[in-house]
Design a protein around this ligand. Structure first.
Ligand code: SF4
Ligand code: SF4
Length: 159
């Protein structure tokens, strides 16, 4: 019995002067791994057009069936993307998403990316369905989240 108490006290005192490995979130945050995949964003180019052309390849590639895309035709009067079509509806169900990144890999337009934001919590289930309003991100902000990919895109676009 005394031996066990001694062992317990030894373990406690051994850790008393060690630096804690936890941080006081949200005031303090641990650095993310370089390849961390967080919340998605859809890129709006510098010319104001959405990169997404509503091809649905991301939805087909998604193993969790988390993406819903409904495409519509661009017209002369109303143009949303450089292609013939654009995503009239684009939704990601965050309850289903497993953050695998297959949607990003499948996209032929470099339109969807997984960013660095990981704060998902909210008060209603409905808010876990992200629509275009929540997903669209101007190019400059996208660069801040994924500089390595976005710089490549900027070079490609001659910016
Ligand atoms: S990260 Fe994976 S699971 Fe999530 S929407 Fe993209 S393909 Fe689907
Ligand atoms: S995000 Fe990419 S893959 Fe998905 S619908 Fe738009 S263009 Fe197609």
């Amino acid at each position: 019995m005394v031996k066990e108490i001694g062992k317990a006290l030894y373990t406690t005192f051994k850790h008393i002067f060690k630096r804690p490995i936890t941080v006081s979130y949200p005031e303090e945050r641990l650095p993310l791994a370089p390849r961390f995949r967080g919340l998605h964003f859809l890129v709006i180019d510098e010319d104001g057009l959405e990169r997404c052309v509503g091809c649905e390849l991301c939805a087909i590639a998604c193993p969790a069936d988390a993406i819903y895309v409904e495409a519509a035709e661009n017209t002369e009067k109303e143009r949303h993307s450089p292609g013939e079509r654009y995503a009239r509806i684009y939704m990601i169900h965050m309850f289903r998403c497993i953050f695998c990144g297959y949607c990003e890999e499948a996209c032929p337009e470099d339109a969807i990316f997984l960013g660095k934001d990981y704060e998902l919590s909210t008060y209603t289930r409905e808010e876990f369905i992200y629509d275009k309003k929540r997903l669209l991100l101007p190019f400059r902000d996208a660069v801040r989240q994924r500089p390595e990919v976005m710089n490549r895109l900027m070079e490609k676009a001659g910016l």
